[in-house]
Design a protein around this ligand. Sequence first.
Ligand SMILES: *[C@@H]1O[C@H](CO)[C@@H](O)[C@H](O)[C@H]1NC(C)=O
Ligand SMILES: *[C@@H]1O[C@H](CO)[C@@H](O)[C@H](O)[C@H]1NC(C)=O
Ligand SMILES: *[C@@H]1O[C@H](CO)[C@@H](O)[C@H](O)[C@H]1NC(C)=O
Ligand SMILES: *[C@@H]1O[C@H](CO)[C@@H](O)[C@H](O)[C@H]1NC(C)=O
Ligand SMILES: *[C@@H]1O[C@H](CO)[C@@H](O)[C@H](O)[C@H]1NC(C)=O
Length: 477
Amino acid sequence: MRQQKKQLLSSLNNNRRPTILYLLFAVSFLSLFLFAFQSSFFSGSFNSDRNAESISILSHFQSTVQQCVANRGLGLTSHIIDHCKLILKYPEGTNSTWYNAQFKKFEPLEYNYDMCETILLWEQYRNMTTVLTREYLDARPDGWVDYAPQRIAQLGTKKCYNKTLCEEHLNILLPAKPPFRPRQFHTCAVVGNSGDLLKTEFGKEIDSHDAVFRDNEAPVDEKYAKYVGLKRDFRLVVRGAARNMVPILNGSDNEVLIIKSVTHKEINAVIKTIPNPVYLFQGIVLRRGAKGTGMKSIELALSMCDIVDMYGFTVDPGYTEWTRYFSAPRKGHNPLQGRAYYQLLECLGVIRIHSPMRSGRRQDWSDVPSREMISQAHAAALRLKKSQAASDIGQFGNCKVWGNVEPGKSGPVSGSSDMSDIRKLSNYSKWEVMPFKSLRKEAQDHYMQMQGVTLYKMDGNKLDDLVCVRHSLKSEV
Ligand SMILES: *[C@@H]1O[C@H](CO)[C@@H](O)[C@H](O)[C@H]1NC(C)=O
Ligand SMILES: *[C@@H]1O[C@H](CO)[C@@H](O)[C@H](O)[C@H]1NC(C)=O
Ligand SMILES: *[C@@H]1O[C@H](CO)[C@@H](O)[C@H](O)[C@H]1NC(C)=O
Ligand SMILES: *[C@@H]1O[C@H](CO)[C@@H](O)[C@H](O)[C@H]1NC(C)=O
Ligand SMILES: *[C@@H]1O[C@H](CO)[C@@H](O)[C@H](O)[C@H]1NC(C)=O
């Protein structure tokens, strides 16, 4: 505006035109100015009305969340700071024996959360791909040079200038496009390894889910069937556990392994001899440690399931030690922080928690906000964020980087040339070659609504930076 005005004035001063023309200019300039002023004023008050409405929706939602925490939190209470921020507090006198050796202090009894950011983040996971693919490496700037080497431990270098070499290491667990889709399953069970599982008999209930996700070395056999069930679909595996997979899998040929951090010599050798599908997890934060397999399991499950039921996570009060259902207790990270966060996630409709102290009321979810209410709160949180960003975000507004897959060029399925017959003749590629028509209707509808675009996180838990890859709808459908 100011720039325009200057230009206009200087052009007027320079040209010695008749006065009438000058006046005409002045009048039209003034009306233009008034118009601009008025419309900015109106859109301003319109925005602040909309903001007030969003804030009121969120405040209402927040009191439902607060009530939910009070009902389900086993002593946790929430304290509202504003329409987004809240604090979860443990009861006074909670025995915080979990000494943090690194910071030389006992763990705190209260935790701050931004509910708006949390809901935006976790609703986003319902639309994400969390398995590393070739299309992701192709789309990401320097994906092969900078990112790929971080996922290959045996490479021993930070840059991969020879793409062929990197491909040789990754091929065996790198599908061309996402093997799994958002909304692929209706119900999923995520089963942790806590010793708590032996206090209940959730086995049958766990097995009744469309897909079951387990962790690391968790045994699944007749001995524990009553407690943890027998169904096996996905297993999230950290580096240290990878070498023990052969006895753990014992004939479970279809169970999908998702390697959490990096591929390395041992696991690559194991993969060649087993028939199972194996992939790398995508949304890992590489700079941080391997902490929090639980959170990654939720991300993985949420990226393909409508409902995520959690079993075997240490969420009930009274913990003095980390326990496992199949072996001696180990020391782990502090449970208070995770427990509070899981409770928040349950009351935001992300997960459902099943544990001994809740087993009596396990099918009653009436005090958790409904899907409809969550959608409204999500939309309100998004509107507030948009008005702060002063630009329209839209369905693909978070896409920082775009990739394209040419029709009919989705590339090879994963696998390497030197794998053994047991793998070659197995069904490891069944998810990768699954026809679109065999998908659940909700997954097909979602794909159409997304116009064939798959979304990936650029880095860990950041909301805004997505890598988006466009597929030709014709080649799929
Ligand atoms: C807290 O727990 C520890 C370890 O179980 C126990 O030794 C201690 O007595 C407990 N303190 C209180 C105040 O209950
Ligand atoms: C790249 O790696 C491949 C596979 O190891 C090798 O055959 C090729 O010679 C390498 N190319 C260069 C330029 O080093
Ligand atoms: C593998 O599973 C079979 C039953 O399917 C069982 O008989 C056998 O003992 C198991 N082997 C090991 C090493 O657990
Ligand atoms: C491989 O998986 C497909 C799809 O689930 C199935 O139709 C086929 O029978 C399986 N083949 C074998 C050998 O298990
Ligand atoms: C997720 O996808 C659905 C379409 O199935 C879309 O309506 C919704 O806006 C998307 N949500 C996010 C957070 O991207």
